[in-house]
Ligand binder design. Sequence first.
Ligand SMILES: Cc1ncc(COP(=O)(O)O)c(C=O)c1O
Length: 504
Amino acid sequence: MANEPLVDQDGSSVSSATAPGTRWPSRDEWAMTLDAARDLALDYVASVPESPVSRHASPGEMAPRFAEPLPVSGYAPEEALRDWYERARPGIVQTSGPRYFGFVNGGGTPAALAADWLASAIDQNAATWLMSPAAAQTEETVMRWILELFGLPASWSGALTSGATMANLSGLAAARQWASLQLGFDAARDGLGGQPVIPVLGSTEVHQSAAKALAILGLGRGALRTIPAREGVIDLDEFDRALSACDGPAIIIANAGEVNTGAFDPIRAMAERCAAHPGGAWLHVDGAFGLYAALSPAHRPLLDGIELADSVASDAHKWLNVPYDCGFVLVRDAASSRGAFGGNAAYLRFAGDALPWSAIDFVPELSRRFRGLSVWCALRSAGREGYEEIVQRSLANAAHFGAWVERQPSLELLAPVHLNVVCFRYRGAGEAGERLDALNDAAIEMIQRSGVAYVSGTRWQGRAAIRAAFDNWATGGADVAALESIVAEVAGRLPAPDGVAEPV
Ligand SMILES: Cc1ncc(COP(=O)(O)O)c(C=O)c1O
């Protein structure tokens, strides 16, 4: 680990300035620093195809590498970059690579990654038009493109968020605002104290981030009336009954792509019931990755009726493959979002003009990263066709892997492959219940430690399960074959009942 500035043979420093100081660095000094980042980034991205996907650096291994106290004096920025890289290297997981099938993580297309660098260099505050016309115009354009890409009405609007968690929060904040006005108060102004409870309906499979949003919004996780789901899909009869039992306005959360299996709630049927509900109902759709079904003609029907929703949350750092972090919230009617988030301090006004669109009307933050640049370049570079190809290839990969799982006697497919998530498990050799769960948990760890491919685990219908999600822009047939080979290899190494697993 280098702590000293680089020194030439004659003893003069060849690294750029240490403490930032007041002098703006010269072009050469900037180049020295930015080239160091470029070299490390290039090293990294070029090595992705050959490198192990995962590293299992434990906290015990990582902590000593970062154990020193706050440095009193510094050294050149490029030294800091290289120092960090060496220290952190054992803990870098190649989530952005084509053999990472864990959770639902995307990577970054070259255009998106390069644009993300540029966004840092330009360092715009994407809060308001006044702060950056470039960032505001880019984001407004990107939101228009996103609506077009997913076939949603051009009259909708929205803004970029840090991910689907914040998109769920932002959509549900608009829902809460709408519901409060129906009940004769203004949640943003009055708060919820002493007001009637606003019921929220969703299936047992609502994503934890939406439940968390209810907690943050003061509606309370307890406000969520969970409707049973069959194979991940909300039971419509039970939903009908629960909605009929609501006297006043209700907020409904539908899944477009349940996280464990990719199952979809029947959005049109739910929207029709919302429209018929005497007290009114706001339909919020969590389409963190499921919204991308719109890019495959064969899968688009899963989203049937989404144009009837009131708000939609989705991610760009998943299937759009822009670097972390980036998601977006879309709303039918901006008024509820403005009610929830608007409120212009005098010092933020733009020359007294009312702007037709302002990002901060849709999301909680004021100061914001310029995420729009990465999304703009990603979409501009790949175009609609590029993203249709990525999504359809991902779906073909998922279908291929799912069919392969079904053919393996050692494996069991736990749910139909609705979209891009394959949920499966090992059958074991006669184990059941907790012992079979433990065996599958062990198998997940063996696959992860192999470094060949990465899958993650879950519990599905009370049983340990393995998930493989296909949404990386670069995943091809050879990567799917690598996944299949390691899953098959682990099957052969799983512990016999009461035995010990062989390491892979
Ligand atoms: C269905 C669903 N909703 C919400 C989220 C939360 O998204 P984020 O991690 O981008 O906040 C996820 C993440 O996996 C998800 O799959």
